[in-house]
Every structure is written in C-alpha cells, then in structure tokens.
Ligand binder design. Structure first.
Ligand SMILES: [Zn+2]
Length: 362
C-alpha cells in the first residue's frame, strides 16, 4: 500500500463563473472531496493544504504576457477569454495555490511519493500563449499545472512521462513540449476529427530531437472498456520501455460512462483503477493533476483511479465492463496501425512495442 497525498485548498473554489452557469465550476471539487471519503480509500489518502505559491513559476510553460493577461483580466470581474473559457476575480488566488501545490507535489515525487493535485481550473488545453495548436478555445483551461510539474521533474531526471487520459487531447501540453525530447507525452483521447480541440492525431509526433516522443492514441466515440483497456496496455508497454523515474498524470474523468451530457465515451471503473495501479508501479514518484470530469466520473472514476494509485489490489467500484461496437473496434485498429507506422517512420524507439489490438466484436 502506498499513501497518496491529496493537495487541496478552498482557494481552488475561487475560480468561479457565477453568476453564469458553466460545467467547469467549484461544485466539481465538492464531488471530488466526497469521492475521496469513500471507504475504499480510508487510511490510503491524506488530504493536505498546499501553501500559496508564486504564479510566476508558470512562466516556465507559458509566455509571461499570456499569464499577465489572464490574471489581470480576472481581476476586473468574470470575463470570457473565449467562447468556452472564463476568468474571475478568484482566478489569481487559485493559480497561486496551484503553483504552491505543484511545488509540493514535485517535492513529494522526488522523495518517492505520490501526490494528487485536486485543483482547478484545469490546464491541459492551455498552451504557451493560451489556445494551443490552432484549437478554437482554451477549453476551460487557464494554466497548465501538469506541464509545470513535468517540466520541474524533468530538471531532476529525464525523461519524464506524461500520461493524459482525459477524454480530450492535451493539446496545450503537446504544444509546450513539442520540441522537448525530455518529456514523453502519451495521450489517450477521442478522435480529434469528432471533438474539441481538433488536434492530436497519430501522426503528430513532435519535432526535431523530440520527434516520436509525443504519442497520440485515438479512440472513436462510444468506445468501451475493451478499447480503453487495450489503449492502456499500449501506454504501459511504452512506459516499460522508457523506464522513467517520474510519471505525471493529466487525470480527467470525462470519458467515464455517463459523466456528462456533452461527451459519449463508455469507459467503466476498471480502466481508471488499472491506470492508477499499473502505471504508478513503474515509476519512483508520481504526480496526478485533475483535468476534466463534470459529473459521476469525478466520483466513481476518480475513486477507482485513486484506489489504483494507492495500490489497492481490486477495483473498489467494480463497474460492469462494456464492449465497443464493431465499427468502433475497426476504427481503433486503424488508428493504432497509423500510430505504429508513424512512430516507425519517425525512427521512434517505441513503434516496436505498439501491439495491434486483435479485438473482436463480442
Ligand atoms: Zn476533457
């Protein structure tokens, strides 16, 4: 069993859309805190308040002008930086607290521990200057905490692996590390031809020395556990090849079955539990950062993931496993074949461990 430190502070609630309605709102964290009180996690997680940090540390992943812009815009009241994404008077404090949490999570990981930053706003769509890789919006994200943590850890040991299993592609993270060979970014997400942010295809591999260190595992809409468990096996094979000291999770729970009314993935608890358990066993230190998830995924998916992180030997949520439609299985097989081919052509050492799925419709 390993104890996981959860870094949470009420300041994370201060980034708020009120008086507007928005799916990314403070109530999300109340669901997370409730999930952390699950019986399966008793004695396995400890919640700690991180100190307030200095927001300027985010300039290691964002341009100073972008950071200044979003923080000062929020000071003036609830403002929209694009059609999806708001800032508010509390955003500045929430971001400072995220900076402190990142620092403490990195210290814990360097000591061989595991930390989960239960914070918001989320970050994986936030690129160097906001909208990343041509995406139409920031997708609710302001500062990229997972990228900051990965950059800090990579100064101590490289490469660092970032695993992003949020439903959406972590385009901000990919943009930030596009030319950085020290960050292996592996991202499982819904086919970007069918959903925001519209980027993150198998052929997107990074550039220069970093080419082949960005791995995009694309899943079709309505994928079930069979596809997601296979995708996890691909992630695991690559991590075993890389042998990193540190893994950073961009942990989003919006692929969880029935999480919300704007996404359609069909993933149950086993995937989240296995992702936490098997991948964290492959590194010395682990930091997970909350990304998306808007409903029941923040309860059931998150409980399963946290149980896995602590090394619990069975999935405490125990959802029935779902099977994908034949057309989805075919799409996924093609996406993996594309990935394997692209990695091979790029001379990436990881192409070899990407196994064809061999999934059969049931
Ligand atoms: Zn998402």
């Amino acid at each position: 069993m390993s104890l996981v430190t959860v870094l949470y502070h009420d300041d994370f609630m201060l980034h708020s859309p009120e008086p507007y309605q928005h799916p990314e709102n403070p109530a999300r964290l109340r669901r997370v805190l409730e999930a952390l009180r699950a019986r399966s996690l008793e004695g396995r997680v400890q919640v700690r308040e991180p100190r307030e940090g200095n927001s300027s540390v985010f300039t290691s992943v964002h341009s100073p002008s972008y950071l200044k812009y979003v923080l000062s815009l929020g000071d003036q009241g609830v403002s929209w930086i694009d059609a999806d994404t708001y800032v508010s008077p509390g955003t500045r404090k929430a971001v400072a607290r995220l900076a402190g949490a990142a620092d403490e999570a990195v210290s814990l990981a360097l000591e061989g521990g595991k930390a989960f930053i239960a914070g918001r706003p989320p970050g994986h769509h936030a690129g160097i200057a906001g909208r990343a890789l041509g995406a139409p919006t920031n997708g609710f994200c302001i500062v990229n905490t997972a990228a900051l943590v990965a950059r800090m850890l990579s100064a101590r040991s490289k490469p660092v692996v970032v695993v992003d299993f949020d439903l959406h592609h972590g385009n901000g993270t990919q943009e930030i590390f596009w030319d950085d060979p020290n960050i292996i970014h592996i991202d499982i997400h819904q086919d970007p031809a069918t959903i925001y942010p519209g980027v993150g295809f198998p052929e997107d591999l990074g550039t220069g020395e970093a080419k082949g260190t960005k791995v995009n595992i694309v899943t079709p809409p309505y994928s079930g556990d069979d596809i997601y468990m296979h995708a996890l096996s691909v992630v695991r094979a690559i991590v075993e090849e890389v042998k990193p000291d540190y893994i950073v999770f961009s942990a989003g729970f919006d692929a969880y079955r029935g999480d919300n009314d704007f996404t359609v993935m069909n993933v149950g608890s086993r995937f989240y539990w296995e992702a936490g358990r098997t991948l964290s066993a492959l590194a010395k230190g682990v930091v997970a950062v909350l990304e998306g998830g808007y409903g029941v995924g923040l309860e059931r998916g998150l409980e399963a993931f946290m149980a896995g992180l602590t090394g619990l030997s069975e999935d405490p949520v125990g959802d029935r496993e779902s099977a994908s439609m034949e057309s989805a299985l075919r799409f996924y097989s093609r996406a993996l074949a594309r990935l394997k081919k692209a990695l091979k052509e790029a001379g990436s050492p990881y192409w070899d461990v990407v196994e064809e799925p061999g999934l059969r419709p049931s």
